[in-house]
Ligand binder design. Structure first.
Ligand SMILES: Cc1cc2nc3c(=O)[nH]c(=O)nc-3n(C[C@H](O)[C@H](O)[C@H](O)COP(=O)(O)O)c2cc1C
Length: 360
């Protein structure tokens, strides 16, 4: 720790992050180049969500895979124009163009690929460049063990770090509905402790805690538990630099605790969202007729899905909340204003430092 660094570094091989905060990837376009560059400029690790980046391009780029590839390259290059610091990309395992997005991230030289919403068992086959840190997201020690053993056996490689995501997280959840209800049994503190135990057996792979980490007291609690850092997403939505529309951000600022619900997503996983008219129509069983031009998710069955999640999330990103919704973490109701990324990071760092100084 250097004098100007009040918190310990998050060390992932030769990648040193301070403050030890990863901004969680948020699709569709909620964490893109603007947010990610601003986060990187604070020294934290910004993460571009790779899902849905082809949607806003002019029609001159044909084909879903090409458009998604072009969109991701553009987002990485735009972020790089505004920061010299490292940043990464989030790729969900359920994406049908997973391999292509991983390859593009590697070609563009991002610092890290963070991958969840499924088990990223094949990721090392796609990325031979050891400079790109490969970081799976897991929801249990069992999943961590399986990934580590598979990577070791098939690819002679260990994960560079592990993000442990608990049931209070935003977006898609790696838990069943019953597990999401049983918050005591699946408390993040418990999951993190169990995964750290697994990580220790493999030389101390750094473990990052995610899901409901809201303020510096939370960060300090996980650092004291032995986490190397935290991943936070919900708080970063309520920043000026967040790439989503103002309507999306206002949904966070205005929502009450009871507006936050967990629904079935066409991805095949529970998802936490802010309830609005669109969500209510879905919960009542209404169906939005749609054609699926690209089959973006391997787990989605367009004939059975009651709406297209890609269309819904593109609509909300653009601010059309009548045709979509905002995904959020369980603590989104605690966000009450929009601040700059600098203000947010400074606040969390100062709170964490104060909490670490105070007796347990
Ligand atoms: C709006 C939103 C979109 C998200 N999209 C993704 C995504 O595309 N891929 C992913 O792996 N996680 C996604 N997440 C999960 C976050 O990366 C993060 O791990 C989690 O939300 C952390 O919990 P917190 O929001 O309580 O801080 C999303 C979260 C939010 C709030």
């Amino acid at each position: 720790m250097t004098a100007d660094r009040v918190l310990p570094d998050l060390v992932i091989g030769d990648l040193v992050i301070n403050p030890p905060i990863i901004q969680g990837g948020m699709g569709v376009r909620v964490s893109s180049s603007r947010l990610v560059a601003a986060v990187a400029n604070e020294g934290a690790l910004g993460i571009i969500a790779s899902v849905g980046l082809g949607e806003e391009l002019p029609d001159t780029t044909p084909g879903y895979v090409n458009r998604a590839e072009f969109g991701l390259r553009q987002a990485i290059q735009n972020a790089r124009k505004n920061t010299r610091n490292p940043f990464g990309v989030n790729i969900m395992c359920a994406l049908t163009n997973y391999d292509n997005l991983a390859q593009v991230s590697c070609d563009e030289g991002v610092a890290a690929i963070i991958s969840g919403a499924g088990l990223p068992l094949r990721l090392p086959t796609l990325i031979s460049d050891r400079h790109v840190k490969l970081i799976p997201i897991v929801s249990s020690a069992r999943a961590a063990n399986l990934i580590i053993k598979t990577w070791q056996k098939r690819h002679s490689r260990l994960p560079d770090a592990l993000v442990v995501e608990g049931p209070l997280a935003g977006g898609h959840l790696g838990f069943s509905f019953e597990q999401v209800e049983d918050l005591e049994a699946f408390r993040l503190e418990r999951l993190v402790t169990e995964v750290i135990e697994v990580a220790r057996q493999y030389g101390g792979i750094p473990v990052v805690a995610a899901g409901g980490v809201f303020d510096g007291n939370d960060v300090a609690r996980f650092l004291r538990l032995g986490a190397a850092g935290v991943q936070m997403a919900t708080r970063f939505v309520c920043t000026h630099e967040c790439d989503a529309s103002d309507a999306y951000k206002q949904a966070f600022v205005k929502c009450r605790k009871e507006d936050i619900v967990v629904i079935h997503s066409p991805v095949g996983l529970p998802a936490r969202v802010i309830r609005n008219d669109f969500v209510d129509r879905y919960l009542r069983g209404e169906r939005v007729t749609f054609g699926c031009p690209y089959h973006c998710l391997s787990t989605c069955e367009p004939a059975a899905a009651r709406y297209c999640i890609a269309q819904a999330l593109v609509a909300s990103y653009r601010g059309d909340m009548d045709h979509g919704y905002a995904m959020c973490g369980a603590n989104a109701w605690r966000c009450n204003k929009i601040v700059s990324v600098h203000e947010l990071v400074q606040e969390v760092v100062q709170e964490t430092a104060a909490a670490l100084r105070s007796p347990r």
